[in-house]
Design a protein around this ligand. Structure first.
Ligand SMILES: [Zn+2]
Length: 510
């Protein structure tokens, strides 16, 4: 393809004489940075021959709730944090050579939830919202109806064929997305207890039957593994961290840890199994983690440690890394944390890209579903993405005044179609709290509000206690061995086949 482009360009400009005809491109066009940048990127993609190789390893990154508007806003913020205009920046994985759009609906919902969507990715089968790795014939929270409808996951296929496996999340490790890599349950909320003869999700993780269980488990949600008396949630009195250690005693070197400093001190060479549960519930938002100085690893550090351990297996590995709290920040109507967690997620992807051999490793980056975040108005180039609308005067210079909407009030570039921001501007409200009281307060005067502050809740049109997921497609980005399978518009369940196709792992008995 690179040659074809070069030939076309050469043919077009043999006689670059004035006056210009419509059949040629003038020098200032061909020499434009936009022009040569686009040309170089396409040429580089054409030369990437890793896309059709067989993958020994697969790393699946999932940004929970990381819709396309989140990517655009986060890339702008990442550039602006470096002092750039922002729009031209790319998040690390936006430079990958292959991408596709992905349809996310559940079998019973136009706009999906994480349980049904991650089931589609991990098993190749779509199901109902709230249901994890049970097919759509079962009913949510109905244990009896789930029997005989259980689905096996790509992680289990890899684990049972001697590959190493890992699960990393900034949410509770028993939350819907990570749970869908290893558990089967008709109710995503059965994290530490279940009904009927169904097993809770935490128990399924430590008792996993495929192979010898997940090799690296790093995330939050310790409370679901320990008894109520020990600050845990388990009414059955079991300490699953102790049971997990006992499972491997005398056979493999297993390490359980609870802090970031313990993780960075782990002797990877002398460790076969690693369980890190760093917080009682979800881990902190990245901005809070940094500001608090908590002894808690970031998502890039967890990714780094997981790959170090998994790479010890010469037969290959599967690792899933979830940024779970992009979704939570959006539900709160808070773009600040959603964008900062997306930037941290892109850093974790970069860490992986730099560590692995892409000739034998497939890296996929996707979301499970979108959110109703929107990027609106006509802000001038480089306007702070978390700021108020400032248009430009036509020469490119920003107007001196913040733009007013039809009601005379300023507005922000980022807003939500629904959520708590209809009435509540969060902790950055003005002193008389006039913004946080009325349920139907609608539009507010933001003149005195710092919309770039961490605790600002973007305005929302429709009042909902929790901002909702969105139903439009999300993106899938791919690099490395097998990545060329990622093209076009895919059903979410096809991502399973991308991983199977790239690795050639059998889905039937060998
Ligand atoms: Zn959600």
């Amino acid at each position: 393809m690179a040659k074809r482009i070069a030939r076309a360009l050469a043919a077009c400009c043999l006689f670059p004489t004035l006056p210009l005809s419509a059949a040629e491109l003038p020098d200032y066009q061909r020499n434009s940075d936009w022009f040569t940048d686009g040309e170089n990127r396409l040429a580089a993609k054409a030369e990437d021959e890793r896309g059709n190789k067989t993958a020994k390893n697969v790393i699946l990154f999932v940004g929970d709730g990381m819709g396309i508007s989140t990517l655009t806003a986060a890339r702008i913020l990442e550039g602006q944090l470096r002092g750039e205009s922002g729009e031209e920046n790319n998040l690390s994985f936006e430079e990958f050579p292959y991408s596709a759009l992905v349809k996310t609906y559940n079998t019973n919902q136009q706009t999906p939830d994480s349980a049904g969507t991650m089931t589609a990715i991990m098993t190749g089968v779509k199901t109902r919202a709230g249901v994890i790795n049970i097919d759509g014939d079962a009913l949510r929270a109905d244990c009896a109806s789930s029997k005989g409808r259980e689905l096996n996951t790509f992680l289990e296929l890899m684990e049972s064929r001697g590959r190493s496996t890992g699960v990393v999340s900034t949410a509770r490790i028993t939350h819907a997305t990570p749970a869908a890599t290893y558990a089967r349950t008709p109710e995503r909320n059965w994290e530490h207890r279940a009904e009927g003869d169904c097993k809770d999700i935490a128990t399924q993780l430590v008792e996993m039957e495929a192979g010898d269980g997940v090799d690296v488990i790093l995330g939050g949600g310790r409370r679901n593994f320990i008894p109520t008396g020990a600050d845990g949630e388990r009414a059955d009195g079991r300490d699953l961290t102790a049971e997990w250690l006992a499972r491997y005693e005398g056979e493999q070197q297993a390490q359980y840890l609870e802090t970031g400093s313990a993780l960075s001190a782990v002797d990877i060479a002398g460790t076969d199994k690693l369980l890190g549960l760093f917080t009682s519930s979800h881990m902190r938002y990245e901005a809070d983690r940094k500001a608090s100085g908590a002894d808690e690893p970031g998502i890039a550090e967890m990714t780094d440690a997981a790959i170090d351990l998994l790479q010890k297996n010469d037969d290959g590995y599967f690792l899933m890394v979830e940024s779970g709290r992009i979704d939570h920040a959006h539900h709160a109507g808070n773009a600040y944390n959603a964008l900062h967690d997306t930037i941290a997620f892109a850093e974790a992807v970069k860490t992986a890209v730099e560590k692995v051999d892409l000739e034998e490793t497939l890296i996929l980056v996707t979301a499970d579903h979108s959110h109703v975040l929107t990027i609106a108005g006509y802000p001038t180039r480089g306007n702070p993405i978390l700021g108020k609308m400032v248009t430009n005067d036509g020469t490119g210079a920003p107007q001196a005044e913040v733009a007013a909407a039809g009601d005379g009030l300023p507005y922000t570039t980022l807003s939500y179609a629904n959520g708590p921001g209809h009435a509540d501007l969060g902790s950055e409200t003005d002193a008389d709290e006039r913004y946080t009281t009325a349920v139907n307060s609608g539009r507010k005067d933001l003149s005195a509000v710092d919309t770039k502050a961490p605790g600002f809740y973007q305005e929302a049109l429709v009042p909902l206690g929790s901002e909702s997921h969105a139903g439009e497609d999300i993106s899938l980005h791919a690099i490395g061995a097998g990545s060329e399978l990622v093209q076009g518009t895919l059903e979410q369940n096809a991502i399973f086949h991308v991983m199977v196709g790239a690795t050639g792992i059998p889905v039937t008995a060998e």
